[in-house]
Design a protein around this ligand. Structure first.
Ligand code: ATP
Ligand code: MG
Length: 430
């Protein structure tokens, strides 16, 4: 077993440069993580605008007791959830492995953590030593998407990356998720996440994902800024979504601290399918910023209803996120991301997360069954369902306006459900 110490840095609210936050010790046996501990730096703890790294196991609520105290991850976790969120996920790992020419998942976690570089999601950075500077390279230019996509395709196919495409290694490692993607910078110095098509896609996912997020916005759900998908040679579409964990652009850009709902619930990834939307609501009640709580809980309920209506069954705990709100020293629901309709002919459908008293069954009456956990009255919850349904029922017209062709609409149409078929009558919608 090897024990490794890494320096954790934090970009504090409204500050463009980062400060050391503490020391992370990781115990590893090859690619397996055994355990971890963390000690906050005393100068960091003295800062009035220090951000708490992880609400469950590295809380700053009792700051004065933390000086020199060794802290441990939540039970069952080999390391801290918030630091796991700052590590690359499946796609970023493939990029790092391609760069180093090593087999799948063969590196120790500390290597993946370090390799993600300073453009990683959220406001944390991880370095070998407290005296080392940031490894923040310039993200790739938005005008170089043709090269980035070529590199992404080669990585998906397990092909080597020629020298002329090596810049992709910096752009592609920092982000989570499994689909091919990269961080790019536009002419104003603002950061965007570019999501590419994948070789196994059955339809135009970049365009459909962009359109689904826009549909959600019409239903009253907060989404990050989106550009119209960029169309490259051979009709390849690339989705461009604003990095919602960054504020401003260029030299004045600051960062927002991000954690996934997996971290908010303090659980290992394998537990995600056994968790419910109401569990996220309960954790938001514990760690959420009080002034936003009622609106955030209602929005979480809307997102669950939206996912039911569009069959987005990839709604796992990493696909829900929270951002740190400095004024309230607590967390709020991040804008929506990664919502994609899944075409299927199954009449009985399930989401990834539990919905209500009938478990993961994707129906509106099941959604209504736990309304109180979302701080809603029964009538209030029905109003939300009505509101979301009134928009989703018009999806075809909206998608046409967003530029989705008739043939693409046909390919995804089975994902969209009619409220009447999924309990709408039982809850009085018809
Ligand atoms: N607009 C954004 N700004 C900042 N971070 C984001 C944004 N969208 C997503 N993220 C972060 O990047 C991760 C990957 O993004 P996303 O979920 O869209 O990718 P994906 O590859 O489709 O994921 P999955 O593996 O769930 O299919 C998310 O889990 C979240 O941590
Ligand atoms: Mg995702």
């Amino acid at each position: 077993m090897i024990s490794r110490e890494l320096a954790i840095f934090a970009y504090l609210p409204d500050e463009v440069s980062e400060v050391p936050a503490g020391l992370l010790s990781l115990s590893e046996e090859g690619a397996i993580s055994i355990g971890a501990s963390f000690v906050y730096g005393s100068r960091y703890l003295a800062r009035p605008n220090a951000i708490e790294i992880d609400p469950v196991s590295l809380s700053l609520r009792e700051k004065h007791e933390l000086v020199g105290t060794e802290l441990y991850p939540a039970p069952g976790l080999p390391y801290f959830g918030a630091i796991r969120d700052a590590a690359p996920d499946a796609w970023g790992r493939r990029v790092i492995e391609a760069k180093r020419k090593v087999p799948l998942n063969s590196l120790p976690e500390s290597e993946y953590l370090l390799a993600a570089g300073s453009n990683r999601v959220g406001a944390l950075d991880v370095r070998l030593d407290i005296n080392l500077p940031s490894t923040q390279g310039m993200p790739s230019d938005v005008h170089s998407l043709e090269y980035l996509i070529e590199a992404a395709q080669r990585i998906e196919e397990g092909l080597p990356i020629p020298t002329r495409l090596e810049a992709f290694f910096d752009a592609g490692t920092a982000l989570g998720g499994a689909r091919p993607k990269a961080t790019v910078i536009d002419d104003q110095g603002k950061l965007w996440m570019a999501k590419f098509p994948s070789k196994s896609d059955g339809y135009n996912i970049p365009l459909v994902e962009t359109s689904t997020l826009r549909l959600a916005q019409l239903a009253g759900i907060r989404i990050p800024e989106l550009k119209d998908p960029i169309i490259l040679a051979k009709g390849i579409n690339v989705m461009l979504i604003e990095r919602f964990d960054r504020v401003g652009a260029a030299k004045t850009m600051t960062r927002k601290h991000f954690i996934s709902a997996l971290t908010l619930l303090g659980c290992p990834e394998a537990d995600s399918p056994r968790k419910n939307y109401a569990d996220i609501a309960d954790a938001m009640r514990k760690y959420g910023a009080a002034p936003m709580l009622a609106a955030n809980l209602k929005e979480l309920f809307s997102r669950m209803v939206f996912n039911i209506l569009v069959t987005n069954d990839d709604d796992h705990l990493r696909n829900h996120g929270m951002l740190w709100v400095p004024q309230h020293q607590a967390w709020e629901l991040s804008p929506l991301y990664d919502v994609v309709p899944k075409p299927t002919h199954a009449t009985e459908r399930f989401l990834h997360l539990g919905i209500g008293q009938q478990g993961r069954l994707a129906t509106l009456d099941n959604a209504l069954s736990c309304y109180a956990r979302f701080g809603l009255t029964r009538d209030g919850a029905i109003e939300v369902i009505k509101q979301v349904w009134s928009i989703v029922r018009e999806w075809k017209g909206c998608f046409e306006e967003f530029g989705v062709s008739g043939s693409e609409i046909d390919k995804i149409s089975s994902a969209f459900r009619h409220a009447r078929d999924i309990g709408g009558k039982k809850i009085g919608l018809f």
